[in-house]
Design a protein around this ligand. Structure first.
Ligand SMILES: CCCCCCCCCCCCC/C=C/[C@@H](O)[C@H](COP(=O)(O)O)NC(=O)CCCCCCCCCCCCCCC
Ligand SMILES: Nc1ncnc2c1ncn2[C@@H]1O[C@H](COP(=O)(O)OP(=O)(O)O)[C@@H](O)[C@H]1O
Ligand SMILES: [Ca+2]
Length: 479
């Protein structure tokens, strides 16, 4: 017969798929799936015309990536990264006509080092990371470093204005927490993330730079945590063989250990912005709070620097005390363990971070605080918890007297001593220091200075979408 048909690639959401196929909508929000829609027409020539013009239209969408550099960490999470990529993601990229250069990492920091110096980045439209938050952190550091070097900026100098990265980063979740993926997409699902990459979504994101004594240490996009989350991470690194469950075991252990740490936190409140950490509203796709607060930043400072004038000494506030946890959440940090996250009202791209201080309290009260991360109750509505939306903060542990003291601690006796105390809480002497958990990496300094760089990077994501009701469904062909 002259009748002809061709299958076209069309990513759609679960709800839209349900509408097309008249299936019951699935309860798993935010997951996207591929659907095939077959059009038939009486003439083969007309069919070919349809196909070629649709392909032309798709190719003309500049935001869709055509060449991607893919890094796979084969040891992330349950060690399924390679399998997940080959089975679920690569066939979609092939179907959508996206070409890839795939690299399986051979050691820690392999991807970071290659991006810093080796990789020919100009031929790619984005970098995809298959792994967890630690793997994302490698890609982030490699790309930011490379952008500064290519632009003639010294990435080590804290006073230099950094150049924002233009290459987008895609995350295929295959790690243990995958909080950056969950908080930007709403689910940890490799197929959904692959489809967001294919359709060329963009989500700007804040990045914190962490310095110690004017020396650059690390960047962070999700959690910077001292005390509880630092100790959980340190303890869990020794249990990496357990996979993602290591965090639960170390979480229970550190909860029972109940260490508190003395120190001073100074912070620069974010003034004149829209939104507070106690808002009921959430950062969602096309967030107006992020757009508004971005526009507040002075023009001279471009996208990434805060007005130096607003950083006058009088604006800084200082708090001293004994803390179970000091957490800075630059985004909600939502993840399957806590679907609303450490700071449910934090924004992905508003140029601020939520500084959460949990002061010394009883185990029972700390458990109440932790449990509220998993329920509707407000985890900040407790007398020993405070939260501030800030642009910059510094932390100094109480016992940190000098650099030489710190170096001794980090290299020598103190570290061994504090390790013994960590391992034998029964000896009764609590360690004076915790470590910073920086997006799942342990920082090797405790006294730090943190600044937020507004909308410094772009992800292949669109933020979490509000669940759509059927009346509001868009025309599936227009997606
Ligand atoms: C009692 C239940 C309490 C649940 C509290 C859950 C709060 C979870 C907030 C998690 C924020 C995660 C922020 C992201 C961190 C990641 O960058 C980072 C690296 O991820 P990667 O391995 O994929 O590379 N991940 C982490 O640092 C893991 C943090 C996980 C913390 C789990 C804490 C579990 C606490 C359990 C306490 C149980 C007390 C029970 C007492 C009987
Ligand atoms: N080939 C490799 N071998 C060992 N470690 C690696 C390799 N590639 C990356 N890493 C490191 O593994 C660590 C954990 O990676 P990540 O993807 O975050 O997994 P997880 O979510 O399970 O922690 C990161 O610090 C990363 O630098
Ligand atoms: Ca933010």
């Amino acid at each position: 017969s002259a009748e002809s048909s061709e299958t076209l690639f069309c990513p759609i959401s679960d709800t839209v798929a349900a509408e097309i196929f008249k299936k019951k909508p699935r309860s798993r929000h935010h997951r996207w799936r591929c659907a095939e829609v077959t059009f038939t027409c009486p003439e083969e020539a007309l069919c070919q015309h349809w196909v070629s013009s649709i392909r032309e239209q798709l190719a003309a969408i500049a935001s869709r990536p055509k060449h991607l550099l893919v890094y796979i960490n084969p040891y992330s999470g349950k060690r399924q990264g390679k399998r997940i990529y080959e089975r679920k993601v690569a066939p979609l990229f092939a179907q959508a006509g996206v070409s890839t250069h795939v690299i399986v990492t051979e050691r820690a920091n392999y991807a970071r080092d290659q991006l810093k110096t080796g990789a020919e980045l100009q031929k790619f439209d984005g970098v995809v990371c298959v792994g967890g938050d630690g793997m994302f952190s490698e890609i982030l550091h490699g790309l930011i470093w490379r952008t500064q070097i290519d632009g003639g900026v010294d990435p080590n100098c804290p006073e230099e204005e950094l150049i924002p990265c233009t290459l987008r980063i895609g995350i295929i979740p295959a790690g243990s927490t995958d909080c950056i993926c969950f908080a930007t997409v709403g689910t940890n699902d490799p197929v959904t993330s692959a489809l967001h990459i294919i359709v060329g979504d963009s989500q700007p994101m804040d990045v914190c730079s962490v310095h110690h004594n004017n020396t650059f240490l690390q960047y962070s996009v999700s959690l910077l945590g001292y005390g509880f989350y630092g100790d959980v991470l340190t303890d869990s690194e020794r249990k990496r063989w357990m996979g993602p469950a290591r965090y639960d075991l170390s979480g229970v252990k550190m909860f029972l250990t109940h260490h508190y740490y003395e120190g001073t936190v100074s912070y620069l409140p974010a003034k004149g912005i829209m939104g507070t950490p106690r808002d009921a509203a959430r950062c969602r796709s096309g967030c107006v709070v992020c757009q508004h607060n971005r526009q507040l930043l002075p023009e001279k400072a471009e996208r990434y620097e805060v007005d130096e004038a607003s950083e006058s000494d009088s604006e800084w506030r200082t708090l001293r005390g004994k803390f179970l946890a000091i957490n800075a959440a630059s985004m909600s940090c939502a993840c399957p363990r806590s679907p609303k996250g450490l700071s449910p009202a934090a924004h992905l791209a508003d140029g601020t971070t939520d500084l959460i201080l949990v002061r010394k309290c009883s185990r029972f009260d700390f458990l109440r605080h932790l449990l509220r991360h998993t329920s509707k109750d407000d985890q900040f509505d407790l007398a020993f918890v405070e939260v501030h939306r800030v642009r910059r903060f510094c932390f100094t542990p109480r016992h940190c007297q000098s650099d030489s003291d710190l170096d001794l601690r980090e290299n020598g006796k103190h570290q061994i001593f504090s390790q013994i105390c960590r391992d034998h809480p029964a000896c009764g002497c609590a360690p004076a220091y915790s470590s910073w958990n920086c997006d799942g990496e342990i920082l090797n300094h405790t006294a730090i200075d943190v600044r937020v760089h507004c909308q410094f990077i772009q992800l292949f994501a669109r933020g979490i979408e509000e669940p759509k009701v059927f009346e509001e469904l868009p025309n599936p062909c227009a997606i």
